[in-house]
Design a protein around this ligand. Structure first.
Ligand SMILES: O=c1[nH]c(=O)c2ncn([C@@H]3O[C@H](COP(=O)(O)OP(=O)(O)OP(=O)(O)O)[C@@H](O)[C@H]3O)c2[nH]1
Ligand SMILES: [Mg+2]
Length: 196
C-alpha cells in the first residue's frame, strides 16, 4: 500500500464521487495523496453530537485497519432550525423510511423552513492522531422536491447562497463550491497540504 494513500470509509457512492472531485489533485498539490475507498459498516452512535458521531466512526475505522494507515470518515447531518437541529444525523433514516416528500412536509405549518447541512470529517493520520473538520451550509427546505433524485435530500435543500436552486438542480461543480461537504473537505485538503 502506497504511503501517501488515504482510505475513505464510506458506503455511499454519491459521497465518494463528490469527495473524489473535492480532493482531486490539481497539479499544484504537494505532497500528493491518493484516496482509496473501503466500505466498512461503522457504528454511528446515537444521542451524541455531530463531532462525537464522526469521531467514533473514525476510531472504529482505525481499529479495523493496519497500524499506521491514514483514514478519514465523514458524517453528514441535515438540521432543521424549527426542530432545534433534528433530524440532524438521523436524516438518513427519515429519508429512508418516509421519503423526501414527507421529510419536506414535516415543516408544513411552520414559518421557519430554515435548515443547516453539516458535514463533519474526522481524519486519523498515520500516527493515529485525530483531526476534525466541519463545513456548514445554511438553506431552506423547499415545499416540493425539485431536480434530480440521485442523492438523498439534495432535491429539498435550497442553499441561501445559490440562485434559488436546490442542490439537485445545480451542476455538481456549483454544489461543491458552496456545499457543507465542499467546505469541510477544503479544510481537510489544506491540512493535508500542510497549510493549516
Ligand atoms: O442529498 C444529499 N446531499 C448531500 O450532500 C448528502 N450528504 C449525505 N447525504 C445523505 O444524508 C445521510 C447522511 O448519513 P451518513 O453521513 O451516515 O451517510 P451514509 O450512511 O450514507 O454513508 P457513510 O456513513 O457510509 O459514509 C445519508 O442518507 C446520505 O445519503 C446527503 N444527501
Ligand atoms: Mg452512515
Amino acid at each position: 500500500m502506497a504511503s501517501n494513500e488515504i482510505v475513505f470509509i464510506t458506503g455511499n457512492v454519491n459521497k465518494l464521487n463528490e469527495v473524489r472531485m473535492l480532493l482531486a489533485n490539481d497539479g499544484a498539490q504537494k505532497p500528493s495523496f491518493t484516496i482509496r475507498n473501503m466500505n466498512l459498516d461503522l457504528e454511528e452512535v446515537q444521542g451524541a453530537n455531530l463531532e462525537e458521531i464522526a469521531l467514533t466512526k473514525c476510531k472504529e475505522a482505525v481499529q479495523k485497519l493496519p497500524t499506521g494507515q491514514a483514514v478519514f470518515v465523514e458524517d453528514t447531518a441535515l438540521c432543521f432550525d424549527e426542530f432545534n437541529g433534528l433530524p440532524g444525523a438521523y436524516i438518513k433514516w427519515f429519508v429512508k423510511s418516509m421519503g423526501v416528500e414527507k421529510v419536506a412536509q414535516m415543516l408544513n405549518g411552520f414559518e421557519n423552513r430554515g435548515a443547516k447541512a453539516v458535514t463533519t470529517v474526522v481524519y486519523a493520520d498515520n500516527k493515529g492522531e485525530f483531526h476534525t473538520f466541519q463545513g456548514i451550509t445554511a438553506g431552506t427546505i423547499v415545499n416540493t422536491p425539485r431536480g434530480s433524485r440521485t442523492f438523498g435530500w439534495d432535491c429539498i435543500f435550497q442553499p441561501n447562497e445559490g440562485s434559488g436552486e436546490t442542490y439537485a438542480e445545480m451542476a455538481k461543480e456549483q454544489k461543491n463550491l458552496i456545499s457543507q461537504r465542499g467546505r469541510a473537505f477544503a479544510k481537510l485538503k489544506m491540512h493535508l497540504q500542510g497549510k493549516s
